[in-house]
Design a protein. Structure first.
Length: 237
C-alpha cells in the first residue's frame, strides 16, 4: 500500500487508522481493506474522481473572461493566485463557488471609471474596498460578505508575500437589523424530504440537525467513530 502514490494515513481521535487519497488539495477517504481488490478499485476510482473534478474546474476557468489576460501585480492577479492556492483548495466546493462568485463580482466593478480587476496592488486602498462594499449598499448582508471574503483573500496574500498589507482590514462592516432566520414549518420539512430521499447527503444533513439538535458548527464533527454498538455517543465541547 505504501508504494501507491498520493496515499495519506492518519488516525482519528479514537486511534482508528484512516486512509486517504490526497492530490491537488483534495482528499477522498478509502474504506476497503488495503491489499484487496476492492481497495485497488476504490483507489483507482478516487484518482479518477479527482482528475474529473480538476478537468471540469479547468474547463470552467477557461470560460471565465473576468480572469483572462490578467495583468501582473493587480487585483485580478491576486484573485487568480488565491483561487489556485492550497488555502482555497482546502475549502468545500460550495464555499469555493460562493466565494469565487462574490470576489469575481468585485473584479468587474469600476472605481472612478477604472476596472477594479486591473487595479495595481499598490493602489488597492481602503477607500477602494469601501467602494466595493458600498456598491451593495441596498443589500447590506451582501455588502458585508464582500468585505469578509476580500479580507480573507487579502490576508492570505499578505502571508504569501503578494501584498504589504490588508486594505479591507480598515473598512467596517455595515450595521443592519434583520428578522433572523426563518424557522421551517412541518410542511416545509416534508417538502424537503420529498425532494431529497433517504440516502442523499442533504437528507442526512437534515436528519442530523433536526433529530440530534446539535449546533451547525458541531454537526460537521460527527462521524462513524462516535457510533458504538448502534448508539451515537456525543462528546462535543
Amino acid at each position: 500500500m505504501t508504494e501507491l502514490p498520493y496515499l495519506r494515513v492518519d488516525k482519528d481521535r479514537h486511534g482508528n487508522e484512516r486512509i486517504f487519497v490526497r492530490r491537488n488539495g483534495r482528499n477522498i477517504r478509502l474504506r476497503e481493506s488495503p491489499g484487496t481488490a476492492g481497495f485497488q478499485r476504490e483507489y483507482a476510482n478516487a484518482l479518477q474522481q479527482i482528475a474529473n473534478v480538476d478537468r471540469i474546474k479547468k474547463a470552467a476557468e477557461a470560460k471565465r473572461p473576468v480572469l483572462a489576460s490578467i495583468k501582473p501585480r493587480t487585483f485580478g492577479w491576486i484573485a487568480a493566485r488565491y483561487f489556485e492556492s492550497g488555502e482555497f483548495a482546502g475549502l468545500d466546493p460550495v464555499s469555493q463557488r460562493r466565494i469565487r462568485t462574490i470576489i469575481e463580482s468585485c473584479l468587474q466593478e469600476d472605481f472612478k471609471g477604472e476596472s477594479m480587476r486591473d487595479c495595481p496592488v499598490s493602489m488597492l486602498t481602503a477607500a477602494k474596498i469601501k467602494s466595493l462594499r458600498d456598491a451593495k449598499m441596498d443589500k447590506k448582508g451582501a455588502a458585508n460578505k464582500r468585505l469578509q471574503y476580500l479580507s480573507a483573500m487579502f490576508g492570505w496574500a499578505v502571508e504569501d508575500g503578494c501584498m504589504p498589507g490588508n486594505p479591507a482590514r480598515d473598512v467596517k462592516k455595515l450595521k443592519y437589523a434583520t428578522d433572523g432566520f426563518h424557522t421551517w414549518t412541518v410542511e416545509e420539512v416534508q417538502q424537503f424530504e420529498r425532494r431529497f430521499p433517504i440516502g442523499t447527503k442533504p437528507r442526512l444533513a437534515l436528519a442530523l440537525m433536526l433529530y440530534l439538535g446539535v449546533r451547525r458548527s458541531d454537526v460537521v464533527k460527527l462521524g462513524p467513530g462516535m457510533v458504538k454498538e448502534g448508539v451515537l455517543s456525543l462528546s462535543l465541547q
